[in-house]
Structures are given as structure tokens and as C-alpha cells.
Design a protein around this ligand. Structure first.
Ligand code: ADP
Ligand code: MG
Length: 735
């Protein structure tokens, strides 16, 4: 863009008036889930028998027979058509970003030359999208390019515009998962089974355990005209160039600040649309960085929460455009200021209403609490490398491991109170026997247990540590390392499956001790004590961003690898393969295939960045640098013509200095962009996806950062009037 255009665009963006703030006549309680075929609607639109069967399918995982599916489809169609729907689509989460859909009309020939609107059970239950262009990591060879999508009755269908959307899993002809939902459902099933068994040790009436997820979605908004003038934002979602703005977040004046009117209009519109689709939006606020915001719903069952997050990200992009914004979900759109994450608040709860990660009132409740905390920590300790692998990506690397980012290490913050309780349990060993008898008496007769901290403490556990990637926050863990752009399913698959494994293992060990005649509660306490010791290395309450922690974590045997392509290897560690096998989440072939896709995706992301970055340098930056430099040279020449030599050289000293600086930066950039192209060529010739991704990480990505430094210096030197790209101060302070 030419400089005059930049000023026009910036001027326009500044002028924008707030759009009208929507205020629907109904209250949120009235329009909540308006476009969702939830239980209420099922009750209204399905025959009673069919409704009962559906409840059995949804709650107890009963199999759906075709006759029921047909009846459900009929009711759904009637409901959807009343809302104006004309099409259906299976909606799934392939291993790319985002979601996929393929719309089919309800229309069918009626055999008499006309049309009828039809929707059968078969269409509801199964579709066969042309799968050949979705990544499969080689599982589905192209001649067998079949993929099936199959309805997930646990996530209700909904209507957007004229389309009935049906959440589905996406699997290959031979049954391997090609998506996020299929393995997520398996992991959730595994953790349900394992946690139910352990919960029953305390409460025999528990029949089911549910995994809960409350995500907090961070994002940036940028005026769409400024966005359009930044090819790097358009192509990669982040700025590859741009010097710090003089003011950014140093004043801490954005966090929880009052929300600009135009942004509020966007948020309201977004919330209304999200609520209508059944997403229970609750919290909205400014985040740390300028133009950064957050939206958080009330937590839900994990499978549904994941679908809702995918849906919300789609809505955010759509609604932002309506308000003249672009919504940036990238983890690090701007250097030098905070990036965006998606904290995953996670816990387990029983069908009897007990939050298993929440302390309770009785000693028994508290032993249950400690058991679930410690077994969660065991999972995080044992699979810390894998959990990191579940959240790494080329984009999230900017929040974990790369420049400016905290070290890529998974550890868990417990806070003072919980740490003290665990320590007390660990060291009260000398009183072991008496404590055990006290303990059994306690539970039988309601006598106070000799773990004094547990009953009163922790109820109001408010201490926080914002540097911890996996922090205990009172009644849940907060997995903070998840990236803003990511599908939460990836982290949730790894976490729930890993916890399922340790709980299974815990139950087996309790059973073994009980077979030897050890009392149940004594057995539990003994194992909890043992495990507190074993998983100690994962517990870290200090500053997770410090250099010392890196050394200390390595000494503790935690995974400290920061290179994204190498972290991905953790999926193929024997401990991971074994864990996923035991929990029936993935087989080895699936893990291998999915890793191929991860490496390939990593490579492509960096490749696109490198290409657009090279273009920006050569077609945008260097030409204006040359232009400005020529005008300086011209000035120096003319000065020499009109002033005596000595005076001229003194008058031109500053310009000559600038001319030299521009030369130096410009030649650095030109030379190194050539190297960047060469590095890409070398990497592209590598056959193995893993090795190629490593080459991109080691040789291509660092060059971009390296060259950027010089381009950003030029931004400071060159006349503002001819600088071709909107600057940080323009993109970050206009809303
Ligand atoms: P923060 O103070 O960490 O920013 P927020 O209020 O933004 O907290 O978000 C917290 C999220 O955690 C919400 O989605 C909330 O519903 C969810 N949450 C609260 N309790 C639990 C729990 N026990 N299990 C899972 N998620 C929870
Ligand atoms: Mg929050």
C-alpha cells in the first residue's frame, strides 16, 4: 500500500463510530439455546417412546437403532424447518484447524415430478464426506479415500442460518480416528470408568463420573481496514514485522479497564448469538495487552465444552467482521506484548453431585479429595512431556519455549495450603498405625481425623500463581498452557486419558493391598502417601518463568525440550503408546499418523511465514528504505552545493549517519532473505516430515526473527509518511 493509503486507512479506522448496541426484547434466560435441539425441544418434537430412547442413548450410551433414528430425524426436521432450515450438514473437527461441513438440501424427488423435503435417520446418523482432502497422516491411502462422519448424540444439533448442524465424529473406512472428537470421546469414557471405580471406594452409589471443562478464550480485535493493510496478519494471523509501540501494556491500564463502546457492541452481539446456540457465556473483560479481551462461559461436560469452543471461535470471526473488526485468535499476534491463551479449567464430578477435586466437610470427603488431587498429579508427572506435546504448535511456541516466552516445562502449582496438607500426610508416617485406626474410627463414628488442615482449609484457596502451566485453583486444575487458537480436545484427550491411566492403576493397587487383608482406607492412605513422594518433582510453586527453574526442572527429570517438532516425539514414547493403548484411545498406527500431520502442519506454518516475510521485506520495506535513503542522499548533495565544504559536512553529518544505517540494515535484510529462501529450499528437499519440521524449526524460523530485528530498526528510521504498513501503535490503540 502506498503511504497516502496508509494514512487514509488509519484515518478511517479512527473515525469509525460505534455501531448500534443490540438489545433484544427477551432476556438471556428466554433466548438461551433458541437454536439448539436440546432435551426440552426433544420432549416437544419427539413421541414419548422415542424421547425416552434418546435419553437412554445420551445418558447411558445405549445404541441407537434405525427406527429410533428415523423418528428422531423426523422431529428434528420439523423443528429445524420451523426455524427456516433448508439444509443439513454433518459438522466435524478434522485434524486441520477449525471445523468442516458439507451441506445437503432436504429436497428429494417425490417421484411425481415435484420435490419433497426429506431427512431420514440414515442421513442423521451417517454421512460420507469426500475425505481425500483432509489430513490422515497416511492412514487412508488415496485409493481408499473414504471417511465417515457419524452423529454424536451427546452433543445436541443446532441451526445456524438455513442449516441444521449435526456434531459428528470423523473416522476412516477402517475405523481409525481422523478427527479430535472420536479420541476425545474415548478418553472421556476411559476417565469415567476409571474415576467411577475409584470414587466408589468412597461412595458406593456413584455410577458415573463426568469430566468438566471451562475454557477462557483470549483474543485480540483489530480494525479490519488496518488488518487488510497487513499482508502478514492476513496470511499468518500474526505480525511478522513491527516495532514496539512507545506505549503498550506497561501502564497496566487495559486489564479489567472499561471496555470501549465499539468492542462492547461486538461482545454483546457475540454473546447473544452464542447464548442462542446454547453456549453459556458468563464472563467478559479486557485482558493485559491493548485490544486484547477474554470471554469465558460457565464450565460444561468436556465433549460439549469443546464443541462449544469450536463454535464460539467460528462465531467470533463472523461477528467481528460485522462490526468492522478482525478477531485474532493467534497465540502471539504482536511481539513485545502478551500473547493469548485458552486456560482449560478441568475437574471431575460424579453423577451424585460431588466435585472430586473439591475438598469436602468430612474426613472421608477429604481423603477422596486428596486421592484425586494426587492421582491427577501422578498423571501430570508421568506424562509431563506428553501433556506439553498436546499443546505445542508453531503458533503456541511463541507462548512456550520460543523468544520472549516462558520455558517449555509442565509443572503444577498447588498453593500454600494444599502443599502443607500434602506435606503433612507425607511426613506423618511415624504415626502411621495410630493414624490409620483413628482414620477408620473417624469414618465410622464421625470422629475428627488427625489430618487437621483438611476440613477447614482450602475452602477459600485464593492464592494464585500466573506463571504455572497447570495450577490448582480451589476446586479444579487450570491447564494454562493451551493456546488460544487450539482445539481444546488435544489437551483434553491427553489429560483425561493420562488421569484415567493413573486412576486405573491406583484402583489395581488398592485391590491388591485389600486382598492382602489391608483395610480399604488404610490402603488408600498408604498409596496416597507413596504417590505424594513419587510425583513430587511435578510440584513447583515458584516462578515458572525464571531461568533457574529451567535448570531445576532438568535436575528433577522433567521434560525441558523447547523445540516443537521434538516435543511432538513424546506421543511416540513407550509410556504414551502404552497409556493410550490401555485406555483404548489411540493405537500406535493412529499416533504415528497423527504425528506425521503435526510435523507437516508445523512445517507449512513456518513455510508460509517465511514466504510472506520475504515478500514483505523485498517488496515493502526495502523499496521504501531505498526511497528514503535516496532523498537523504539528494539532500546531502544539495547541501554541499550551497554551503561551504566544512559547514556542509557538519550540516549533513546526521543524514550521512542515517544513510549508512539504512545501508547496513537494508543489505543485512537482502542478504539474509536470500539465506532464508535457501534454507527453505534445503528443508523442502527433506523427505521425512519429522526431519523437515526440525529443519524448519532450526534453520528457517530463527532467520525470520533475526531479519525482523533489522526491519524493525528501519521502521524507526524511515519517514513515517512513507512507511507502508500500519504500525503497532495504530493497530493496538484503535477500537
Ligand atoms: P479466572 O479467574 O481464572 O480468569 P474465569 O472466571 O475467567 O476465571 O474462568 C474460570 C472458568 O473455570 C469458568 O469457565 C468457570 O466456569 C470454570 N470453572 C469453575 N469451576 C470449575 C470446575 N470445578 N471445573 C471446571 N471448570 C470450572
Ligand atoms: Mg479469566
Amino acid at each position: 500500500m502506498s503511504s497516502t493509503l496508509r494514512f487514509q486507512v488509519v484515518g478511517e479506522a479512527f473515525k469509525k463510530r460505534p455501531v448500534e448496541v443490540l438489545s433484544p426484547k427477551e432476556r438471556p434466560s428466554e433466548f438461551f439455546a433458541k437454536y439448539v435441539f436440546n432435551r426440552q425441544k426433544m420432549m416437544r418434537y419427539l413421541p414419548t417412546e422415542v424421547f425416552k430412547k434418546m435419553v437412554d442413548v445420551m445418558d447411558n450410551g445405549a445404541t441407537l437403532d434405525m427406527a429410533t433414528a428415523d423418528a428422531v430425524a423426523e422431529g428434528m426436521k420439523r423443528w429445524a424447518m420451523e426455524l427456516g432450515a433448508t439444509h443439513i450438514t454433518h459438522w466435524f473437527q478434522p485434524l486441520t484447524e477449525g471445523t468442516a461441513e458439507k451441506h445437503d438440501g432436504f429436497v428429494e424427488h417425490d417421484g411425481k415430478g415435484g420435490m419433497v423435503e426429506e431427512f431420514t435417520g440414515k442421513q442423521l446418523v451417517q454421512q460420507e464426506p469426500d475425505a481425500s482432502s483432509f489430513p490422515s497422516g497416511g492412514i487412508r491411502s488415496t485409493f481408499e479415500a473414504r471417511g465417515y462422519s457419524a452423529w454424536d448424540p451427546a452433543s445436541p444439533v443446532f441451526v445456524i442460518g438455513d442449516t441444521l448442524m449435526i456434531p459428528t465424529v470423523f473416522i476412516s473406512y477402517t475405523g481409525e480416528a481422523l478427527d479430535f472428537k472420536a479420541p476425545l470421546k474415548k478418553a472421556l469414557h476411559a476417565v469415567d470408568k476409571a474415576a467411577t471405580e475409584v470414587a466408589r471406594l468412597f461412595y458406593p452409589d456413584v455410577k458415573k463420573v463426568v469430566s468438566n471443562l471451562g475454557w477462557e478464550q483470549e483474543y485480540f480485535l483489530v480494525d479490519e481496514q488496518l488488518y487488510a493493510a497487513r499482508p502478514d496478519l492476513v496470511m499468518t494471523g500474526r505480525t511478522l514485522l513491527g516495532h514496539d509501540s512507545a506505549k503498550n501494556q506497561q501502564m497496566d491500564d487495559h486489564y479489567f479497564g472499561s471496555i470501549p463502546e465499539r468492542v462492547v457492541a461486538f461482545m454483546r452481539d457475540l454473546e447473544i448469538q452464542a447464548l442462542e446456540l446454547g453456549i453459556p457465556c458468563k464472563t467478559r473483560h479486557n485482558e493485559c495487552a491493548p485490544n486484547q479481551f477474554e470471554l469465558a462461559p460457565i464450565f460444561e461436560e468436556t465433549n460439549l465444552a469443546v464443541d462449544h469452543n469450536m463454535l464460539l471461535m467460528m462465531l467470533m470471526k463472523k461477528v467481528a467482521r460485522k462490526h468492522g473488526f478482525r478477531c485474532l485468535l493467534h497465540e502471539k499476534p504482536f511481539a513485545g506484548i502478551n500473547g493469548s491463551g485458552k486456560h482449560n479449567n478441568w475437574s471431575l464430578s460424579t453423577d451424585t453431585g460431588i466435585l472430586l477435586h473439591n475438598p469436602g466437610k468430612t474426613p472421608l470427603d477429604n481423603l477422596r479429595f486428596i486421592t484425586f488431587i494426587v492421582e491427577t498429579l501422578m498423571a501430570v508427572w508421568k506424562h509431563n512431556g506428553l501433556l506439553k506435546a498436546s499443546i505445542v504448535s508453531a503458533t503456541n511456541a511463541h507462548r512456550l519455549g520460543a523468544n520472549e516466552a516462558p520455558p517449555a516445562i509442565i509443572s503444577s502449582f498447588l498453593g500454600k495450603q494444599l502443599s502443607e496438607v500434602l506435606e503433612h500426610i507425607e511426613y506423618s508416617e511415624s504415626a502411621e498405625l495410630s493414624e490409620f485406626s483413628e482414620f477408620s474410627k473417624a469414618t465410622k463414628h464421625g470422629v475428627h481425623l488427625d489430618i487437621p488442615q483438611i476440613p477447614e482449609l482450602l475452602i477459600d484457596n485464593t492464592d494464585r500463581n500466573r506463571t504455572s502451566p497447570f495450577a490448582f485453583t480451589g476446586n479444579r486444575f487450570e491447564f494454562r498452557a493451551v493456546g488460544s487458537e487450539a482445539n481444546c480436545a488435544s489437551a483434553m484427550i491427553a489429560l483425561n486419558a493420562a488421569v484415567a491411566e493413573t486412576l486405573m492403576d491406583f484402583k489395581t493397587r488398592v485391590d491388591a493391598l485389600m486382598e492382602q487383608g489391608v483395610d480399604k482406607l488404610q490402603a488408600i492412605l498408604k498409596l496416597v502417601r507413596e504417590d505424594i513422594r513419587t510425583c513430587k518433582p511435578i510440584h513447583f510453586d515458584g516462578n515458572g518463568y525464571s531461568e533457574e527453574w529451567k535448570q531445576e526442572a532438568a535436575r528433577r527429570g522433567l521434560d525441558v525440550e523447547a523445540s516443537c517438532p521434538l516435543v511432538i516425539d513424546r506421543y511416540l514414547d513407550e509410556s504414551s503408546v502404552e497409556m493410550f493403548r490401555k485406555t483404548h484411545v489411540f493405537n500406535r498406527a493412529e499416533l504415528e499418523a497423527r504425528n506425521e500431520i503435526k510435523w507437516e502442519t508445523y512445517t507449512k506454518k513456518i513455510q508460509i511465514e517465511a514466504r510472506i516475510f520475504g515478500d514483505l521485506c523485498l517488496n515493502h520495506i526495502i523499496p521504501v528504505a531505498t526511497r528514503y535513503q535516496s532523498s537523504l542522499i539528494d539532500n546531502v548533495h544539495k547541501t554541499a552545493q550551497i554551503f561551504p565544504a566544512e559547514m556542509a559536512s557538519s550540516l549533513s553529518a546526521n543524514n550521512i549517519n542515517l544513510i549508512q544505517q539504512i545501508s547496513e540494515h537494508a543489505s543485512y535484510i537482502t542478504e539474509h532473505v536470500e539465506k532464508l529462501v535457501e534454507a527453505r529450499k534445503v528443508a523442502n528437499r527433506i523427505e521425512s516430515e519429522r526431519e523437515k519440521a526440525i529443519a524448519y524449526h532450526d534453520t528457517v524460523a530463527p532467520l525470520i526473527e533475526d531479519i525482523r530485528y533489522h526491519a524493525d530498526k528501519l521502521e524507526l528510521i524511515i519517514d513515517d509518511e512513507i512507511w507502508p504498513l500500519p504500525k503497532y501503535r495504530e493497530m493496538l490503540f484503535i477500537s
